[in-house]
Ligand binder design. Sequence first.
Ligand code: TTP
Ligand code: MG
Length: 345
Amino acid sequence: MIGHIDLDAFFARCEELRNPELEGSPVVICVYTRGGDSGAVSTSNYEARELGIQSAMPLSQAREIADDETVFLPVDHEYYREKSREVMSVLRSQTSEVEEYSIDESFFRVRNSPETKARKIKADIEALGLSSSIGIGPNKFVAKMASEHDKPDGLKIVTDDEKKEFLADKPVEKIHGVGGKTRDKLEDIGVEKCEDLRQADNSLLVEKFGRNKAASLKSKSIGEGSKDLDSEERKQMSRIKTMNSNSSSYRYVRTELRKACESLHDRLERKNIAFSNASIIVIDAGLKTHTRSKKLKTSESFDQLFQAADSLLADFMSRDIEVRRIGARVSGLVDTERQKSLEAF
Ligand code: TTP
Ligand code: MG
């Protein structure tokens, strides 16, 4: 099975840890913009959530509903990252296969005794002063839904037999990949819960979303999903083109590289992925593979990708080489849907 762990009120809990006097008071972590009072709520502890203060809320609104006890603090990513690393190393000491998914979430493989394993992980994390919720399921999708199920300090195990019933009442927007637009379109056709999605007319879904997305929605609605964990090394994507004929012309190879970048970028866009490293892969006439890489600012843009790849190519082609295949690769991948929800305000 697959486990998913999500820390409870993570940034806020970190602040309580370094300043125990905060415990019991509502705590709001803020992202300030333009230095002053404007900005948004990054997260809040459960006491602040009781008052209605939650992630992505404008600060002005949070201040209106806050009480006298409420403490507002600026985000301190550096410190949270340090805590996150401690958690990840606890996890790695307990299970060999881990996919770090965000600063406070990971997937991990569970081979046996799911409940014992989960309790042990939770206890070790508690010893670090943090609280976590764990979900275990037959795949990543169900595991993630399960970890949210009885947050905070939750532990929920959903077996393959139970998954359909477990998901039936869950709102469709909880499904990874269902953002605001998709949710609205689904609502238009009366689909609000996973159960509704199961019943929904297939041809109507295809008409609204296209064949691929319709199929993916249907399969999620019955709790299907991937069990593959992306380890860091695997977090890269590439596209390679074989040219019609070998060439040592920069201009010709560049045209093919552009096509490879286009196709790679399409795929990134479909999966909502940004990158922070671009490479070219050159396979020469003697079938030897050469790669050149460039570190970038995290980006989703085609121009960034192609410009980086092109400058690597220009440099590479300045020597005499006959190219047989040319490709582009990106790594340092970030799920932007997740990122956007983190930054949304
Ligand atoms: P979450 O796991 O979504 O939130 P959380 O850990 O604070 O609370 P929960 O108990 O519900 O899991 O996100 C992890 C951290 O990411 C969170 O502590 C702060 C940050 N974050 C933002 O900065 N903006 C956001 O909109 C969200 C949702 C999270
Ligand atoms: Mg969390």
